[in-house]
Design a protein around this ligand. Structure first.
Ligand SMILES: Nc1ncnc2c1ncn2[C@@H]1O[C@H](COP(=O)(O)OS(=O)(=O)O)[C@@H](OP(=O)(O)O)[C@H]1O
Length: 206
């Protein structure tokens, strides 16, 4: 990592809002991705406070819980999100009619499933939107891999990846939601991960 980013990472280690403002100045086509998992209202509120019309990219796999769809709908309205959805090329009904219910993580077909419902839509989003700054709500607490990350990094394509909440705990997130009267969603299920601490490759590959 360049020494410039090292400086940014140390300057903004505990200043998510400052980091967000800095990151917006680094590009012309920022995006924020969300899957509407628990605590996502925090990053969505923070980035839209600075840039209300930032595109919010959602790969809707078709396999979200009812509660997640309701939470997404409520948050999109509440924050007036500029949501840009990317759907798999086949509907869930089409896929299941031919191949049955989603494969479990030990099933050899699971990788193909993940590619179809999450990775391909994300790669399409990258091609169509050509972002130069990418905000996520990744946190060090999520997985051992994330515990080793820095808040800002640049991938090999030059995309600036920004995780302003990397050092925040669940309590920090909860307190922010309370302070801003924002909703939360714990009835969340990611069919490509199933297990909470699993990485399915989206952010590691990009
Ligand atoms: N379905 C969908 N739609 C839009 N954006 C999504 C989606 N899945 C993942 N993401 C974004 O990628 C970040 C990492 O997600 P995951 O932990 O699910 O994936 S992975 O393990 O890295 O593959 C994830 O980070 P968070 O913002 O912390 O949730 C999102 O920003």
């Amino acid at each position: 990592m360049s020494s410039d980013l090292d400086t940014v990472n140390s300057d903004f280690a505990n200043d998510p809002q400052g980091l967000i403002e800095w990151a917006f100045r680094q590009g012309q086509r920022p995006i924020c991705t969300t899957n509407f998992r628990p605590f996502e209202a925090v990053i969505l509120h923070m980035v839209t406070q600075v840039r209300p019309d930032i595109p919010i990219v959602w790969m809707d796999s078709g396999y979200n819980t009812e509660a997640t769809y309701q939470f997404a709908d409520a948050l999109i309205k509440r924050l007036n999100l500029n949501i840009v959805s990317f759907l798999p090329k086949r509907t869930r009904a089409h896929r299941e009619a031919l191949e049955g219910p989603m494969p479990g993580i030990d099933d050899p077909r699971h990788d193909v499933f993940t590619q179809e419902v999450k990775i391909e839509p994300f790669e399409r989003a990258l091609r169509e939107m050509r972002p130069d700054v990418w905000f996520t709500a990744l946190r060090a607490e999520d997985t051992p891999e994330r515990a080793k990350m820095q808040p800002v990094s640049r991938n090999e394509d030059g995309l600036l990846k920004v995780a302003p909440l990397l050092q925040w705990t669940a309590k920090d997130m909860y307190d922010y939601l309370q302070a801003h009267d924002l909703p939360n969603n714990f009835d969340y299920f990611d069919p490509t991960k199933v297990e909470e601490k699993r990485e399915c490759g989206l952010h590691l590959q990009h």
